[in-house]
Write a protein that binds this ligand. Sequence first.
Ligand code: GRF
Length: 203
Amino acid sequence: PRVAVLISGRGSNMMSLIEAAAAPDFPAEIAVVISNRPDAHGLARAQAANIPTRIIDHKAFADRAGFDAALDAALAEEQVDLVCLAGFMRLLTAGFTQKWSGRMINIHPALLPSFKGLHTHERALAEGVKIHGCTVHFVTAEMDVGPIIMQAAVPVLEADTPDTLGARVLEQEHVIYPAALRLVSDGRARLAGNRVAVDEFET
Ligand code: GRF
């Protein structure tokens, strides 16, 4: 499948997908990187990796529906089959998420369903949890709620700050996002109602 990676910022998860997809046996191709922010640092990193980029500046649209329509048109033009949200900081309309249901995934820096939304590492520390992590899930209309494809856990250490904990989680994000994209791309992980069906690995 042809994959679009949607970003708003530094693009480290985007790079982990681009690097994984460069392997000859990877079942997907990163066809385009799209940013809603013209100044996203990830755009230069994608260009340096020879991936086509597009900017769809949300400020140019009166409402979310207008932005989502432009996004959908760009995805059609690029003949995109799968969408990966990677630090993409815009809420998508229910209509858009419905259209891309089962074909759009997101990475969230917490073990869902705990700590939906922003500032997950601060909140994990404030709650005193001992295990934290990250989640790749199918995107549904409700933010950070969709069926879970893959998770990784990390320990929370006594001396952690949001930055040290976030760095430990980010390292795992870069492992599970390419792994989850591989599963979805070759059809081994599929949205099945409100769950994800995953085929057993053949050994
Ligand atoms: C990551 O922590 C991701 O989980 C969250 O936003 C951050 C984006 O970082 N959704 P990057 O742009 O991929 O470096």
